[in-house]
Design a protein around this ligand. Structure first.
Ligand SMILES: [Zn+2]
Length: 197
């Protein structure tokens, strides 16, 4: 599902249907039972609706409508995974402006998550830092996340405007996953201005 483009598994989300006809996201792709892979591209996520879910009727007994429940389950599952990942990364992550600005000076690959409601001064400061890094040939990925409150919750803190996560060497895979989940969430919840790579 849905656009039928052929994509690597990592760009799709496995959905499983339980015995009651309810559809559950299986982020870790390990749940038992029959499943389908849902494409997580922008068009497929913004176009999610019960009409499309009818396609599943060919293979499963499904309760419809349940688009809104699936959407909520996807959000809950992604946020749970993100919280776990943030917890594991906490020791090496730079949390908050000062820590992040400091981290920008070293040219190791970084993933930056910035709250959509971050103040203008911080936005300019981070953008300036990223430009300098780019000139120095350093790799940085910047992704917008819903809010300072949201980012704070993910990090187990009060409001957090920006976080930098190490994306060098063995950390690259985790940083990439984290980024992908943030982008999926943005597509599902539809917050604007999201940076797409
Ligand atoms: Zn698609």
């Amino acid at each position: 599902m849905v656009c039928r483009e052929s994509r690597p598994k990592q760009e799709m989300l496995r959905l499983v249907v339980d015995g009651d006809g309810e559809i559950w996201p299986d982020v870790l792709q390990k749940a038992p039972g029959r499943g389908v892979y849902h494409c997580m591209c922008k068009a497929c996520l913004t176009g999610m609706n019960d009409k499309r879910l009818q396609l599943l009727k060919a293979k499963f007994r499904v309760n419809l409508p349940q688009q809104e429940r699936i959407r909520q389950r996807m959000v809950a599952m992604l946020e749970l995974q993100l919280k776990r990942m943030f917890t594991r990364q906490r020791a090496s992550a730079a949390i908050g402006r000062d820590a992040v600005m400091h981290r920008l000076w070293n040219n190791m690959p970084l993933l930056l998550l910035r709250a959509m409601d971050a103040g203008d001064a911080l936005v300019r400061q981070i953008d300036g830092g990223l430009e300098k890094r780019a000139r120095a040939g350093a790799t940085s990925v910047l992704t917008n996340v819903p809010s300072r409150q949201w980012l704070g919750e993910m990090c187990g803190r009060e409001d957090v405007a920006v976080v930098a996560i190490d994306a060098a060497g063995v950390a690259a895979e985790t940083a990439n996953r984290l980024n992908v989940y943030c982008i999926w969430l943005a597509r599902i919840t539809g917050h604007k201005k999201g940076t797409e790579r």
